[in-house]
Design a protein around this ligand. Structure first.
Ligand SMILES: [Zn+2]
Length: 218
């Protein structure tokens, strides 16, 4: 009787120890970093990723979702990876299956390829922004993004700026022009885009600035 109890106790201890070992390994072992994306946007995702070599070792999953509240795409850190060091953090980029811009709906697959590349480039710009922050800064960022409009503007412009400084200005411009010049798209959405994001003129200014920076000085 006592022997049986002891064996049970021993098994329980073993299970607990195994769970602890698993959690430790999950936290500290080098992770198999991967970029995962649906076939439908494989070309566009690979192209956009090629502009961000520093994200090569960072886990990023592109995922279609039926509905995203108030936006078309959303880049966010995976919650379970929040306390890991930056390079071991995982991110997910959610992409709405139907790109709904106000009352007009587009199927994601009908969006021109270059526009999609620009859109994904903007999302990767957000991830660069997140990678520059530690866990506490990231939590603070999330709170202020929810609470203040000026922080949304700051974050969206930062994402555009990172995409442009990574050489994606042509794609970012194409995405912007697609939205701004599309006759079917509601004016209030266009106003929103103008308010939160860099304007085509500002992007051209950035391109000029970057070109100056990279020019050799003699
Ligand atoms: Zn954004």
């Amino acid at each position: 009787m006592l022997k049986n109890k002891l064996i049970k106790h021993h098994k329980f201890k073993t299970v607990i120890i195994l769970i602890c070992i698993f959690l430790l390994i999950n936290q500290f072992m080098p992770r198999n970093s991967k970029h995962i994306f649906p076939d439908a946007i494989a070309l566009e995702a690979s192209k956009a990723l090629s502009y961000f070599p520093e994200l090569a070792d960072v886990d990023i999953k592109f995922k279609f979702k039926n509905h995203i509240k108030k936006s078309t795409m959303q880049a966010q850190p995976v919650f379970s990876s929040f306390l890991r060091t930056r390079n071991k953090r995982s991110y997910v980029i959610l992409i709405s299956k139907k790109i709904k811009i106000d009352d007009k709906e587009f199927n994601t697959k009908d969006i021109p390829s270059n526009v999609m590349i620009g859109w994904l480039g903007h999302e990767l710009g957000h991830i660069i922004d997140y990678q520059n922050k530690n866990s506490l800064q990231l939590i603070w960022f999330g709170i202020t993004y929810l609470l203040s409009e000026s922080h949304i503007v700051e974050a969206e412009r930062a994402a555009d700026t990172f995409a442009v400084s990574h050489g994606m200005s042509d794609y970012i411009l194409e995405t912007k022009n697609f939205i701004l010049n599309h006759a079917d798209i509601n004016d209030s959405y266009k106003l929103r885009i103008k308010k939160y994001y860099l304007s085509p003129e500002e992007i051209m200014e950035l391109v000029k600035l970057n070109a100056k920076k990279t020019q050799p000085t003699d």
